[in-house]
Design a protein around this ligand. Structure first.
Ligand code: SF4
Length: 334
């Protein structure tokens, strides 16, 4: 630990200097507004920076404050989130906005952490960036760069490893906590990357980094073997009748629950709905499951009453469909 603290203490100023010179211009950088930082951090959970860029600006234009977000309906919020995936994030944002609208944005770690949908990492990032509080935000990226820097062979899937690195960071947090938090993220995203070779030659830590010195960069981080993702076969029905298409709200509590979707199921029931006009296959990968989908465009026999029948225009304006169904949406848009 003492050795790791010493290495980290030397690494901090090098990283801050590098960040000042080379950081990317991103739409959420430069603000200290905790609401805006919170929105960006929630969007960035499990979603790539490039994908978030467009959504972030449009979302803030629609909901510029927590109060505006709190006033919106759930349908409006989900519509603004359409395509970003992991919709529970949008629902939690909406729930949390109602709390913030009433009590103001919390100003300490415990208060931020208590908001729906905010875990240790997100609370740490918000408190560091918005308030310069020394609250470590440790995710897979940060663990990767720190385990490489210190050639630490502990399994990063263990909570104890995560806590140990949080403690380590707490020891070395500089006064510019927000800059430091973002510089760790930036190094992991642009230089000490997860796949392919890390770019050690341009890394500010190349002189200090234990993994680099040993030529073992790619052996870190150490992690337990991942379980293979489950696959499920799904049949998707795009039912069409007189210019309208069938949608339904997904029931239950599981994946995509409560969201609008094309009717679908695990058995092929296409013949019961009408005449098949077209067929195509698609795949969608969620965190723990993979859907292998066969989709049918069908001229429906009747307006089946269990479904909501909407025009393409209505679908575009008011019904957020998860991106799992994107491959079949072109049948509606054409
Ligand atoms: S020197 Fe290489 S392995 Fe070490 S932190 Fe930098 S990019 Fe990562």
């Amino acid at each position: 630990m003492q050795n790791a603290i010493r290495v980290l203490k030397n690494a901090v100023p090098l990283l801050l200097e590098w960040y000042g010179a080379y950081k990317r211009e991103l739409p959420w950088r430069g603000t200290r507004d905790p609401y805006k930082i919170w929105v960006s951090e929630i969007m960035l959970q499990q979603t790539r920076v490039e994908a978030v860029k467009g959504y972030y600006a449009a979302f803030l234009e629609k909901f510029p404050t927590a109060e505006a977000l709190a006033r919106a309906s759930e349908e409006e919020v989900l519509k603004a989130w359409e395509g970003l995936g992991y919709y529970s994030r949008a629902r939690n944002l909406h729930r949390a906005a109602k709390i913030i609208a009433e009590r103001g944005f919390p100003a300490d770690f415990a208060g931020v952490r208590a908001l729906p949908g905010v875990g240790d990492y997100t609370a740490g990032a918000i408190c560091s960036i918005a308030y310069d509080l020394p609250c470590p935000a440790v995710d897979g990226n940060v663990l990767r760069i720190l385990t490489r820097l210190t050639a630490d062979e502990r399994n990063i899937d263990e909570m104890s490893t995560r806590s140990a690195f949080s403690e380590l960071l707490r020891e070395v947090y500089p006064p510019q906590a927000g800059e430091f938090c973002q510089s760790l993220m930036e190094l992991g995203a642009t230089v000490c990357v997860p796949n392919g070779e890390p770019m050690c030659l341009i890394c500010p830590w190349r002189e200090l980094c234990a993994a680099h010195r040993m030529g073992r960069e790619e052996e870190f981080p150490v992690r337990a073997e991942k379980k293979a993702r489950k696959t499920e076969q799904i049949f998707v029905y795009v039912l069409k009748k007189e210019g309208r298409f069938a949608l339904r709200k997904r029931e239950g509590k599981g994946l995509l629950a409560g969201l609008w979707e094309f009717p679908n199921g695990s058995k092929d029931e296409s013949a019961e709905y009408g005449k098949v006009l077209s067929e195509k296959n698609a795949k969608h990968i969620f965190t723990h499951i993979e859907w292998h989908m066969t989709g049918y465009l069908i001229e429906a026999k009747e307006f089946f009453p269990q479904f909501t029948w909407v025009t393409p225009e209505e679908m575009r304006k008011g019904y957020a469909l998860p991106s799992a169904f994107k491959a079949f949406k072109s049948w509606v848009d054409n």
